[in-house]
Structure formats: C-alpha cells, structure tokens
Design a protein around this ligand. Structure first.
Ligand SMILES: [Zn+2]
Ligand SMILES: [Zn+2]
Length: 116
C-alpha cells in the first residue's frame, strides 16, 4: 500500500474542502478511506460511490412510498427487531432490492445504520 500523496495540490485542496463541508464523524470516515487508498483517485471514487448510494437510497425509498400508496405494500406496525408496536420505518439491506424491507422502529433503525 502506498502512502496517500498529500503533496498533490489538487488533492490537498479537496482534503481542505472536506474539513469545511463534512461533519466531524463523516470526516473521520473519509480520512480513513483516504489512508487506505492505494492511489490518488480515492477521493473521486469515494465521492462517486457515495453519490450513487444516495441516489439508490432515494429511489428505493420512493418505490416503497409509492407501493404503500398504491396498496401493494403494507406498512407493518411492529418493529421486527425489538417487537414494539410503534411507528416503523422501511430499512433496506440492499437498496437495489427495493422491496426487500425490514420494518424497524426509529431506535432500531438508527442502530442498524450505526453498525453497518
Ligand atoms: Zn425496534
Ligand atoms: Zn435503513
């Protein structure tokens, strides 16, 4: 594994932008990714994969909302993790599989995303 090239002015500029736009938690992840990087395209790859993931997530959520509004999908009222009968949210294991959903309460949902 080669060292990340911090002396590349273009990359350093990007890294400085990170400190402006990213909250501390995300920044730590970002830096981790950079340190693991084999080449100078790490930043670019990170950005494009994040963006792809975000748009997949958005369309998966829209698909679920639409299916519910059309009556094709039934929103559960029980969290499949803790079993509480509360308002639940759709959790996707894979955003490409739009209708493979786990219904989770807010608390369990937040937990799930903290782990993965
Ligand atoms: Zn729960
Ligand atoms: Zn989720």
């Amino acid at each position: 594994m080669t060292d990340f090239n911090w002396h590349n002015p273009k990359l350093r500029k990007l890294a400085e932008q990170i400190t402006i736009f990213f909250p501390a938690k995300l920044r730590a992840q970002y830096i981790e990714t950079l340190e693991d990087a084999d080449d100078q395209y790490a930043l670019f790859r990170y950005h494009s994969s994040k963006r792809k993931q975000q748009s997949l997530r958005k369309s998966a959520r829209n698909a679920v909302r639409y299916a519910i509004s059309m009556g094709r999908l039934q929103r559960s009222d029980i969290c499949s993790e803790c079993g509480r009968r509360v308002k639940v949210e759709a959790h996707h294991l894979d955003y490409k599989k739009r209708f493979e959903i786990t219904w989770l309460c807010r608390d369990c949902h937040v937990d799930k995303h903290r782990v993965s």
